[in-house]
Structure formats: C-alpha cells, structure tokens
Design a protein around this ligand. Structure first.
Ligand code: NI
Length: 179
C-alpha cells in the first residue's frame, strides 16, 4: 500500500485535461485504485481524482462504507471507482453548499452544482456504470470530475463572501480537521 502525496492548488498538474483510460482490468490500474483509496482514507477525504496525485488519467474514486468524520451529517455514498466519466444534468435545478478539497487544504467555499445528475462511465474492470443521483452524491461526483478538466472548486465559487478558512467559518469542527 502506498499513500501518495496530494498535489496542492498552484501545481500545474492540477490544471490539465486528463486523458481517457484505454486499458481496463490491468494490475497497474487495480494497484493505482487501491493506492488512491488508501490515500483518500488516510486524510478522511470524500473523494479523490487521479490528477490530485499527479496521474494524468480520467479516474476518480469517491464514497465510503462508513461515516466520514469530515462530513458526519452527510448521507453515505457507495464506494465507487469511476473511469472516463460523463455527467449530464437532470433538470436545471442547482443548489449551493459548502465544499472543501484535499488540494485546497484549510479552506471551504459555497459552490453551485446541479442538484440532480446522471453519470456514466466504467469501473476498473471495464464494466459500465450508469447512475442518476442527487444531493450530496451528485455534488461529490461533480467536484471529483471537475478535477479531470483542470477545475478546482474555488474556480466555481460565485460569492466570495462564502469562501474562507474552515476553522474560522466552522470554529466548532474546524480545529479537528486537517482540511
Ligand atoms: Ni477536490
């Protein structure tokens, strides 16, 4: 198991448009996915995209089988490996909620996202994934897939009065969190 260093905002590798995965069900791909889960769990992340560890591939992971201490009130999202994703909004409803990012430590911002989306893609075995989801699940997928087109959540913030340091915005929880 390898815990990778997570790149931080300012690193140009976070700004690339990632390449599609062309080979599925390989040892290298399965190892990369395992390492990404280890890396994400080591910092209590809700999701992680391959570009965040410097890997230029359209690969994201998200979800967990347990409550996330960083998001204790959020609904559970099934652990998912998603390659070559395509997101389509379902309806035109948007909502705004707080997001953080392991590549933007110590900060939170309110980000508008589609409320409901359909996402398609493949798992690491090459089997198709096709889900229609809403709320927190939809938000996590949109956040992670943004990493595949070089977008970090601060680039989506519309109201910069709703962007700041976690420990100032949320003094009750902020001190216990590293992100
Ligand atoms: Ni992120």
């Amino acid at each position: 198991m390898t815990i990778h260093t997570i790149l931080k905002m300012g690193d140009p590798r976070l700004l690339r448009v990632a390449k599609p995965v062309t080979e599925f069900d390989t040892d290298a791909l399965h190892l990369l996915v395992l390492d990404m889960f280890d890396t994400m769990r080591s910092v209590n992340g809700a999701g992680l995209a391959a570009p965040q560890i410097g890997v230029d591939l359209q690969l994201v992971i998200f979800g967990s089988g347990d409550r996330n201490p960083r998001y204790p009130d959020r609904p559970l999202v099934p652990p998912t490996v998603l390659l070559n994703p395509v997101i389509t909004p379902v309806g035109d409803e948007e909502d705004e909620d707080w997001e953080g990012c392991l590549s933007v430590p110590g900060l939170r911002g309110k980000v508008p996202r589609w409320t409901r989306i359909r996402y398609t893609g493949f798992d690491s075995y090459g089997d198709p994934i096709d889900r229609t989801v809403e709320g927190f699940h939809a938000r996590v997928v949109q956040h992670e897939c943004d990493h595949l087109i070089g977008k970090l959540y601060p680039m989506r913030v519309r109201d910069f009065t709703q962007f700041g340091f976690t420990d100032v915005l949320f003094p009750d929880i902020g001190a216990a969190e590293d992100d």
